[in-house]
Ligand binder design. Structure first.
Ligand SMILES: [Zn+2]
Length: 182
């Protein structure tokens, strides 16, 4: 049996004139080969239509859900990071203030040269400790910058850091004047 041009029409899904359409229908009734071809092609077409309709929709919904969850988790994680290292800054400021106050107490209480030396060593040690803490904080800041881009957050942070630094500098300046007074 001659299958041309019918299998070409089927394969390439060609637009047919009413006459061609009638010829094709006639041929399909008589020819099992072309009927089989038509059914296979319909099956393939259905497969692509189904998968192109259903999969992207569910895939998109899943991706959307995942993205939403990731964003929510990101916000929570950023907030946790924030809280933890604001706490760290406050602790660092507290520690440095405590160090300065202790240093001042030492200065007021003891007067001999040995004690002065000891206090100087103590002060240097606490200063180095505070510098170390600030270095660590800086490292944390640099690591967490991608999650810390909220402008108001930066403003609060700048306020805390500058207030802490100011307290520290003022305390240090006061402490530096102490030997003259003692
Ligand atoms: Zn045929």
């Amino acid at each position: 049996m001659k299958h041309q041009p019918f299998d070409n029409w089927l394969l390439f899904d060609e637009r047919l004139t009413p006459d061609q359409s009638q010829d094709l229908d006639q041929h399909l009734q008589d020819c099992g080969h072309c009927r089989g071809l038509q059914q296979s092609l319909e099956g393939v077409a259905n497969f692509f239509r189904d998968s192109s309709e259903i999969e992207p929709i569910s895939g998109f919904a899943d991706r959307w859900q995942i993205r939403l969850k990731q964003e929510q988790l990101g916000v929570v994680a950023a907030r946790h990071r924030w809280q933890s290292w604001i706490t760290l800054i406050l602790i660092a400021n507290g520690v440095s203030l405590l160090g300065v106050l202790l240093g001042m107490t030492f200065f007021n209480t003891f007067d001999s040269l040995t004690e002065l030396f000891m206090v100087s060593v103590y002060r240097l040690t606490s200063l180095l400790t505070v510098i170390n803490i600030f270095q660590n904080l800086l490292a944390i800041v640099i690591r967490t910058i991608p999650g810390l881009l909220s402008p108001s957050g930066w403003a609060i942070l700048a306020g805390i850091v500058s207030a802490g630094s100011l307290i520290w500098i003022l305390s240090l300046a006061r402490l530096a004047r102490m030997p003259g007074r003692a």
